[in-house]
Design a protein around this ligand. Structure first.
Ligand SMILES: Nc1ncnc2c1ncn2[C@@H]1O[C@H](COP(=O)(O)OP(=O)(O)OP(=O)(O)O)[C@@H](O)[C@H]1O
Ligand SMILES: [Mg+2]
Length: 223
């Protein structure tokens, strides 16, 4: 689905990521971990072609990202749902409208019937008409997850989806991600929360990628 081959990236002259090769196979569940500032968010952005590598190749759905036009990239992005580390909303619009925004943008407003079901799935039916600033941290994270999956993407990329929430809420969010994976979605989650990774491993066969010294290591039982 998404493949990075020998990818190198740096925002300036210094390399942040070097010789990174990752293959997200259909239906796989991956965690990406590593210290703050090690490049987790950067690596995720490379995976959905929000950044272009300095060298190496990114392949999205069997196509070299370099050969994609702007329209192609927009089409690919619809197949990849993203939960950003700092989930932003349009504060003047109710949560239901924020979640449905990707449908409206894609001219698929008619599919909004799924919206109620989706809000129920993330436990936000009662908060559908609330404005984003009125939500708690965990409610915002769940709304961001609903917005990321409303277009039925093949891949879900989530950047610290359980940041700023308590352990019980982390587990609820994890359960939603595991459910998506059981529905066949490919999942990639950046997190520094090793307890979350351990909890996930009890439920799904997840691989753990760790950034260390600008490179990716496959973490084993030594978590
Ligand atoms: N747009 C940018 N321009 C310049 N430097 C950046 C930019 N975005 C990130 N960086 C730097 O690149 C490094 C990696 O950042 P990144 O956000 O990928 O780390 P991270 O592993 O996601 O960290 P955290 O766990 O804190 O979210 C950091 O040193 C950061 O300051
Ligand atoms: Mg980050």
């Amino acid at each position: 689905m998404i493949r990075l081959d020998n990818v190198t990236y740096g925002y300036g002259a210094t390399e942040l990521l070097s010789g990174i090769s990752v293959h997200l196979q259909p239906g796989s569940f991956h965690f990406l971990t590593g210290p703050s500032g090690s490049g987790k968010t950067t690596l995720l952005r490379l995976c959905y072609s929000d950044l272009t590598p300095t060298s190496g190749q990114v392949t999205l759905f069997e196509r070299d990202a370099k050969t994609l036009s702007r329209d192609d990239v927009a089409r690919m992005r619809r197949r990849i749902g993203v939960v950003h580390q700092d989930c932003q909303f349009l504060d003047h619009l109710p949560i239901a409208e924020n979640v449905a925004l990707p449908l409206a943008t894609a001219g698929r407003r008619d599919e909004a019937s799924d919206l109620a079901e989706l809000l129920a799935w993330v436990g936000l039916s009662d908060r559908a008409q609330a404005l984003p600033p009125e939500l708690s941290g965990g409610e915002r994270q769940r709304a961001a997850l609903a917005r990321a999956v409303i277009m039925s993407p093949d891949v879900l990329i989530a950047d610290e989806p359980t940041g700023n929430v308590d352990w019980e809420m982390s587990l609820r969010l994890l359960n939603l991600l595991v459910e998506l994976n059981k529905m066949g979605k490919t999942i990639l989650i950046a997190t520094h929360d090793l307890n979350l990774i351990r909890a996930a491993k009890a439920q799904v066969s997840a691989r753990v990628l760790r950034i260390r010294d600008r490179q990716i290591q496959l973490a084993g039982a030594d978590l």
